[in-house]
Design a protein around this ligand. Structure first.
Ligand code: UDP
Ligand code: MG
Length: 338
């Protein structure tokens, strides 16, 4: 029940504590970050509990498995519901309460690192709104038993998402790949990670966390499981447009420095244009034409000014990241653990 600091900085030695990974009857931790999910949490718990029991009863997973909710500094009754669930069955429900809202990625990491520290064989991360089909879990576990260290849940259909969300997401993944970063298209954070993979993840100390980009770089034997993404069961999306855009920028600038080379390229082009204009001016002077200079002058001033500002903005984006990383702040702080 004591405060725990960001586990990433004090890598737990789970493997030392609990011996080798058990792939026969693994201890699975279901990790669900929750931010203001009070409305639908009880339903989510019910659905997961049924899944949990069916897996335990058929001997697919060990009784030591847990459903772990991470309260990401919610302002509603989320934590009291988690506490109630924990009291209703301590052998199934666990909870981690962050002291402050740190965002989906950090909350998820807090949950995964807790699962690792508790000695899980694998952790499955999913959203608290159950948009991702819980039944895919069976195949996740099957693949884990066959030796995969990471199993990605991939959305085969996004019929239930709005047209806007579908298309912006698709555009984002295209840009992300084009920028030279690795991702699994149509995979969000619904995935299974073995203890081995979690151990590897614990060594990533970046503050600007973008798990979808990090996990593919871990390597290992992986596989994909396709499922249909449904509608949010209750409450509304915690990812409004503004958050989606900042998440996208975060993802790109955390994984690629290509925008910097674009700026350099644009700068070179702009210099070439200036040289061409200079030659044009000289030539037309030679022919004795008067130059109506105002237009071209204003255009170039604005163009160059704009380019400089954009460049500074992009450079600033990276400098800001360096600043954040150099502080080595803990990415979350756990207030209570159940
Ligand atoms: N979430 C969180 N912290 C936040 C925002 C969201 O832990 O600051 C959780 C949220 O409770 C949910 C998951 O992250 O379990 C995904 O969020 P959401 O379903 O709102 O996103 P969407 O599915 O609309 O992209
Ligand atoms: Mg959702």
């Amino acid at each position: 029940n004591t405060s725990t600091r960001d586990a990433g900085f004090a890598a737990p030695t789970a493997s030392v504590l609990t011996g080798p990974m058990n792939r026969k009857m693994p201890t699975i931790y279901f990790v669900l970050p929750c931010y203001n999910e009070a409305e639908g949490l009880e339903h989510t718990a019910e659905v997961l509990l049924a899944k949990y029991h069916s897996l335990v009863n058929t001997g697919e997973i060990s009784k030591a498995s847990r459903i772990l909710f991470v309260d990401d500094g919610s302002k509603d009754a989320t934590w009291s519901i988690i506490r109630k669930l924990h009291e209703s069955d301590e052998t199934v429900f666990g909870g981690v309460k962050l002291s402050h809202n740190r965002g989906h990625q950090n909350a998820l990491l807090a949950g995964l690192m807790t699962a690792l520290a508790q000695g899980c064989d694998a952790a499955i991360s999913m959203d608290a709104d159950l948009q991702d089909d819980v039944n895919a879990v069976d195949e996740f576990i099957r693949n884990f038993k066959n030796g995969d260290e990471v199993v990605y849940g991939v959305r085969s259909a996004r019929k239930k998402d709005t047209w806007f969300k579908r298309n912006t997401a698709e555009a984002f993944y295209k840009v992300f790949e084009w920028m030279g970063a690795e991702t699994v298209p149509d995979h969000a954070d619904y995935r299974l990670m073995s203890r081995e993979a979690l151990d590897a993840l614990s060594e990533y100390h970046e503050v600007n966390l973008f798990l979808r980009g990090i996990v593919p770089t871990l390597g290992y034997q992986t596989s994909k499981v396709y499922y249909e993404r449904g509608e949010r069961e209750a409450g509304e999306s915690k990812y409004p447009l503004k958050k989606m855009i900042s998440f996208a920028i975060q993802g790109i600038t955390s994984f690629s420095t290509k925008p910097l080379s674009f700026v350099t390229g644009a700068g070179i082009i702009s210099i070439l244009v200036a040289v061409a204009m200079f030659i044009y001016v000289l030539v037309s002077l030679g022919f004795g034409h008067a130059i109506a200079g105002w237009g071209s002058m204003m255009i170039s001033v604005w163009l160059i000014g704009g380019l400089i500002m954009v460049s500074l903005g992009i450079v600033g984006e990276y400098v800001g990241k360096i600043y954040m990383e150099s502080k080595h702040r803990p990415r979350y702080r756990i207030e209570t653990t159940l």
